[in-house]
Write a protein that binds this ligand. Sequence first.
Ligand code: NOJ
Length: 521
Amino acid sequence: MIYQVYVRSFADSNDDGVGDLPGLLGRLDHLAWLGVEAVWLSPVMPSPNADWGYDVADYGAVLPEYGTIDDLDEVIAAAGRLGIRVLLDLVPNHTSDRHAWFVESRSSVDSTRRDWYVWADPKPDGSPPNNWVGSFGGPAWSLDEPSGQYYLHNFLPEQPDLNWWNDGVRDAFDDILRFWWDRGVAGFRIDVCNMMIKDAALRDNPSATEDDPFIMRMFGQRPVYNGNRPEAHDILRRWRRISADYSPTRVLLGETNVDTLENLATYYGSGDDELHMGFNFPFIEAPFEAGALADIVARTEALLPSAAWPVWTGSNHDVSRLATRWCGGDPAKVRLALLMLLTLRGTPVLFQGDEIGLTDREFDKDELLDPVGLRFWPYYPGRDPERTPMQWDDGPNAGFTSAGVTPWIPMADAPVHVAGQRAEPGSVLHFVRDVIALRRRSPDLLGGDYRALPAPDGAWAWQRGAETIVALNLSAEARRMALPPGPGTVVLGTHPGRDASPTGDALDLEPWEGVVVTSRA
Ligand code: NOJ
């Protein structure tokens, strides 16, 4: 089970309103208590923060606001002592425009690093080299007036795309991987790894059709040439070989933000030669409905190579939190959603705050910090709503920072915090901890296969391994479902009073109730 720490919003140790590594160090006990096995730290490398860390200015250091590289070493060591491994966020598609490589690349068309980025001449009328639109909207090209050439940026103009056809770029990233692995990092979450390499001929993207997903229709094109190229797999295979040289426990977890499960499956290669794991965006973006989710899980299970390992997530720093988006703030639904994530076959990734049912905060325009929200307001508020600080206690700023300090982003002020829920045995937090503990001691839940079981409309049930059944009622009506013959016991449930109760041939579930049943005597 992996836990995403958005460092900037986790815990502030020095009262500057910004979360930092010593702050994380001081809260590792919470993660150990919860049963977390690995953390993924959102970018901690130096960055001018045009895109809040996803514009990296130096891949071999730590952003001073977060601490020093020694602090990071200490986090890795202390987490290791608690049985928690540390994954870093690696951003290989682009750098910051302040990165020394780009400064040099931009300095002259003859620079030895010119070809490290994607430069191209304007069309004869002076317009950009092709029709590519960036993932944040607007042309994916910016003109560099002194040289008269355009450079490519699939995101902000402050995030120039690296040219992955260049061997120097490949070698530089081999060194970056090794640099962090040598420091004890367990692996990387790899930002937009499906976009890393672009069509060498810079062909125009084709127009979107009415059947394409909303985002493509909005941008008017399918991103088939500015990303999603087959050659991205060569890079992942190269990294898998480097990771294997280190040890079989070094992990490559890709941000595979692709629209189909068929496409997702390709990033696992043959199952053992590309990513170890890739985020499942069709699942993240699905409605909280039994039919839709069960269908995605069944197709994921069928499409992934046999040795591949799925990933299940409901929240991250780019999407509305599951407590809001899937559950409308209802703690009963939050328990059900978390039970689902933690009992499917694969690795669950929880986002900080999921474990207390933290909800999004609504932002006014003048509060926005995310460049994406600023660009798309009022149609889309951007990603600030899910990036508010972790809520630790009922003190000022919910314990994220001291009284009188203004957090870098406003607090959600949601009525949930870790201390309160730790004191309350029936809380979401205790429930999540219990499910994680059950998962860690159950061979079925850890490694058993997934087989869907018949379930009525609005419900979803599956078997894991030989002895474990998970049954969820994702509806506001009670549901009855048949169970395979034989004795069974509820080992854990979302609703009070269920645990340890025997089951018969049928299982009655209350609205939004979920249970784990074992047939073990
Ligand atoms: C995905 C990251 O998760 C997101 O926060 C970022 O804006 C883009 N990639 C660009 O790096």
